[in-house]
Structures are given as C-alpha cells and as structure tokens.
Design a protein around this ligand. Structure first.
Ligand SMILES: Nc1ncnc2c1ncn2[C@@H]1O[C@H](COP(=O)(O)OP(=O)(O)OP(=O)(O)O)[C@@H](O)[C@H]1O
Ligand SMILES: [Mg+2]
Length: 320
C-alpha cells in the first residue's frame, strides 16, 4: 500500500572507507502530507540519510519505512512512490530539457504519447517551456534546479526527497522553487523531505524541522517550538532622560520579576515569552504614569540563535 509517510528508527551509517560514522542512531517520523526539513551544516549527514531513505545506499543499522515499505526489503516498491532530486546529478548535457523529461517518463513506464503529454505538463509547472529545446549543458543554475524538480515529479510521487534544492541559487530563483514546493505540498498533499543549510528556508517552508549535526539529531520541532526553546522575546526601550528611565523601571518592576527587566546603559531590556502582548502592557503602564519613552523595539529569537547554540561544538550559547 502506498502512503505518504516516512518512519526511521535507530538509523546508523558507518562508511568503512575512512571509518566515518556519518549517521548516528537517528530516529524520526514524517506524517502524510507533512513538509519536513533536515537542517544542518556541511558534513552533518544529510545526503547520507537521504540516500538511505531513497534506497540508493544501505544502512549499517536501523529500520527505514518509506511510503509503507521497508527500504531494504522492498526497494522497488519504495522507488515507485517517491521522487528524488539529489545534490549531485550526472545527466547528459547534450540532451534538451524536453528530451530528458520524456526519457524519464519512458523509464517510469509511460508510452510515447503519455510521455510527451506528461513532459508538456511538467514544463508548464516549472515554467521551462521556452528553454525546453535548449541543451541542458547551457542551462543556468536556476533552470537546472527547476528541471531537476520537474524530473522528480514525472511519476506523481506521494513523497518528494530534495537534497539542498536551492543551494547556490539567487533569491528570485530560490523563491520560485519555494513557491512550487509549497504548491505541491498544499495543493497536491505531497509529503516533502527537504535538506537545507539555510535556516530561513527551513523556517519559511517546513511544518517541522530536525536539526542534524555530526550525524546526530540535536533538536526536532516546529519552527515556533524551536525558537521558543531558546527563550523569550526582547523588548528594548530608550528614554528621553535618566530620571525617566529610573521611574519607569520602578513602575514596571511592580509587574515583573527582577530577572526579566535589565538596565543596560540608557535603555531597559525586558524579556517576555509573549513579547507583543507585553509591549502593549508596558506602553499602557508607562502612559498611565505619565512617563515618556523615546523608542521601543521588539525582537524575537531567530532560528539562527538556536542553530548556533545546538551546533556549536561545546553546546554553549553564543554571546548575543
Ligand atoms: N561514500 C562515502 N564514503 C566515505 N565517507 C563518506 C561518504 N559519503 C559521505 N561521507 C562522509 O560522511 C559524512 C556526512 O556526509 P554527508 O554527505 O551526508 O553530509 P551533508 O550533511 O550532506 O553535507 P553537505 O551539506 O556538505 O552536503 C561526512 O563526513 C562525509 O565525508
Ligand atoms: Mg549533502
């Protein structure tokens, strides 16, 4: 039975050559229709994991189920239901985009007429109609990525695996790929497993993120959950005078603990879980007391903060 789920239990991979422990006891589940991101730096084990999940290499240990099938016992069944875009692909640069798509469709068992029809549909989807008869060798990076994406879609997969689909693309090409992935996920309900080194990419696209570092998953959660793990929003207020600052601090202290309100130079820093609401409260309290403020600023922790915290070797919080 085909479904759009992924289940990974205690997955490990040791490359004998070089004795590299690339993936260490990794477990996670992806639900049907979920957009899941594997976020990690160079050498973290992202490509190794994706190659195991897509039946291209064997695990050393652990169990992997994709689309309801065991990747080791039924690799053929898994392949029928997935689309894969790897980080490095070797294709004949003399083929045109149209020829390569037709070829891929034939490999998946479409007859000649169906292959042509499917190719035209996919050229539309990734907006490569105009470049369809040009040699792939002459495509730009962005065009190649769009073609890679079209190739993964030929067999209408229930699960898409994309290994760093936007690395090296300029912002407008990156956003075009993002929009297409969102559409596939939202409109067609395709499950997507994507790897990336870009925090803002995982944040913008994924329902859930696992952060992988040195072969291990160090955190999993929604972007919001991961951000809240590292604490609170920061409200920073400056005042027209020192007197104003001290009076304001006294008033605000009646309503919050000492640890949450810190004087730094000529401003007050206030830490709160729900910064937006707190900011409204603060402005109201100071206004009622007739105290003027000069500027007020709200900032939330970014995924950058948690990424740095979790992937720094000592596991220590970076300054800032
Ligand atoms: N075929 C192989 N033989 C030996 N070691 C390998 C092999 N493939 C990967 N490795 C090693 O396994 C580790 C994980 O590599 P992997 O390619 O999975 O990382 P990655 O997260 O995809 O990194 P990047 O962001 O650079 O693509 C690295 O130390 C790498 O050198
Ligand atoms: Mg990789």
């Amino acid at each position: 039975m085909s479904d759009g789920t992924i289940a990974v239990k205690h997955l490990s991979k040791i490359f004998k050559k070089g004795n590299v422990h690339a993936v260490k006891d990794v477990s996670f589940d992806v639900k049907e229709g979920e957009f899941f991101a594997f976020l990690g730096p160079n050498g973290a084990g992202k490509s190794t994991t994706i190659q195991i999940l897509t039946t291209l290499i064997n695990a050393t240990n652990g169990e992997v189920w994709v689309a309801g099938h065991d990747v080791r016992k039924s690799p053929g069944s898994v392949r029928k239901h997935i689309g894969v875009a790897l980080q490095e692909t070797g294709v004949d640069p003399d083929l045109t985009g149209r020829e390569l798509l037709e070829l891929q469709a034939r490999i998946f068992g479409f007859n000649k007429l169906e292959s042509k029809k499917r190719t035209e549909e996919l050229l539309d989807v990734v907006q490569l109609n105009e470049a369809a008869n040009r040699r792939i060798g002459n495509y730009s990076g962005g065009m190649r990525r769009r073609l890679d994406l079209a190739l993964t879609l030929v067999n209408n997969p229930s699960i898409l695996f994309l290994d760093e689909p936007t690395t090296g693309l300029d912002p407008s090409n990156r956003i075009a790929i993002w929009e297409e992935l969102r559409r596939l996920n939202e409109v067609k309900g395709t499950t997507i497993f994507l790897t990336t080194q870009y925090l803002e990419e995982a944040d913008a696209l994924a329902d859930r993120i696992s952060i992988i570092n040195d072969g291990e998953i160090v955190a999993t959660g929604t972007p919001k959950e991961l951000k809240s793990q590292i604490g609170s929003d920061l409200i920073s207020i400056t005042f027209p005078s020192e007197e104003n600052l001290h009076q304001s601090k006294e008033i605000l202290q009646q309503d919050m603990s000492e640890a949450d309100i810190i004087e730094t130079g000529n401003s007050l820093n206030i830490y709160a879980q729900d910064g937006t609401r707190k900011m409204v409260d603060v402005i109201r309290m100071l206004d009622q007391a007739g105290l003027e403020i000069e500027t007020i600023n709200l900032s939330s922790p970014t995924l950058d903060d948690i990424f740095l915290k979790l992937t720094s070797k000592e596991g220590e919080v970076q300054n800032g």
